[in-house]
Ligand binder design. Structure first.
Ligand code: DP6
Length: 323
């Protein structure tokens, strides 16, 4: 059968997804809005092979077992069911992220896997349908099928494009503040927040307005307003986590130093805005023209390990490769 290579890029949410409306279907409790980034890409090859006795999965050259393999097998099983196939597959995936970029790769990983496996099994699905398959594995992955700006509504099965990559000349600067993988993954973190945080309900109730504000600002190309909504979203999300029992605190003193520096830069006239996900790194949204100045300022914050600038990136794509 055909060997398919798919490429997908990581995305960073401006209006955050944190919380599930349906655990089994993995439907989000809140709407989210993201920017797909160039540079941070996952390349995944899938080939179904009737000689195989089970699915085989390797990531960055290492054979996967246990839960990481299981998550891939679950997606393959859904693709097979849809195509009426019972053939196992060989999956090889690699993350082309700068070393220790400190960025979650599950979004680009499941987006690339959903695209490669559906094409390899012979399905011709729309980007929305592939997005829906990716969402079952990781909801943020639903957004990485689309280039530029994408949204995933509360309770929605598939993400959709909001604006193309060239809509607005902005960049996202990633300031890496710690080494190593995060202690508690997003799935576990959001379930723990929903179960134990008295602020979770407030987060879910307030998120649609924050999302609407961010979306409107994006369509109007109003960077200051978009940045304000983005900061509100991340801080409200982290506030809900901090009120969990025990607290879920991903932010470190270096995270806060970067936030403080971003606020100072703003008071000095630079349009720069921060956001953090389920980890200590800070992603800073700024205009393309100010990127170099903001980058050199962030590099000087004590504790910052590395700074990299990422432009808006393309939609996921695929090609057939020689077996
Ligand atoms: C903080 O998509 O990793 O990055 O659906 O359980 O796999 P699952 O969660 P995941 O959560 C991402 C959370 C976030 C915010 C965001 O990307 O919107």
């Amino acid at each position: 059968m055909r060997r398919i290579r798919a490429v997908a890029h990581a995305n960073i949410a401006l209006a955050k997804y944190w919380g599930k409306a349906d655990l089994e279907q993995n439907l989000p409790a809140v709407p989210s809005l993201s920017l797909t980034l160039s540079g941070l890409r996952t390349v995944t090859e899938v080939q179904f092979d009737s000689e195989l006795k089970e699915d085989r999965v390797s990531l960055d050259g290492e054979v996967q077992t246990g839960r990481p393999k299981q998550r891939v097998v679950e997606l393959l099983t859904r693709a097979r069911a849809r195509a009426g196939s019972n053939v196992f597959a060989q999956v090889q995936s690699r993350n082309e992220f700068p070393t220790a970029a400190g960025l979650a790769s599950s979004a680009s990983g499941f987006a690339a896997l959903a695209l490669a496996s559906t094409r390899a099994v012979g399905l011709e699905l729309s980007p929305g349908e592939v997005s829906s398959l990716a969402r079952r594995s990781s909801a943020s992955a639903a957004r990485s099928l689309f280039g530029g700006w994408a949204s995933l509504d509360a309770n929605a099965e598939q993400a959709q494009s909001v604006a193309p990559a060239d809509h607005f000349p902005v960049v996202m600067i990633v300031a890496e503040t710690a080494k190593g993988p995060k202690a508690i993954g997003s799935t576990e973190g959001m379930l723990h927040t929903a179960r134990t945080s008295p602020f979770y309900e407030g987060w879910v109730a307030g998120a649609p307005d924050i999302y609407a504000r961010a979306r409107r600002a994006l369509l109007e190309k109003d960077l200051a307003e978009l940045g304000a909504a983005m900061e509100h979203s991340t801080l409200a999300m982290h506030a809900s986590m901090l009120a969990a029992d025990p607290a879920l605190s991903y932010l470190t003193p270096t995270t806060w130093s970067v936030i403080e520096r971003v606020r100072q830069l703003r008071s000095e006239g630079l349009a720069a805005f921060f956001t953090m996900d389920a980890g200590p790194h800070v992603k800073v949204l700024t205009s393309a023209t100010m990127a170099a100045s903001v980058m050199s300022e962030l590099q000087q914050v004590p504790g910052v390990l590395r700074v990299a600038t990422h432009e808006p990136g393309p939609a996921a794509y695929w090609e057939e490769v020689d077996a």
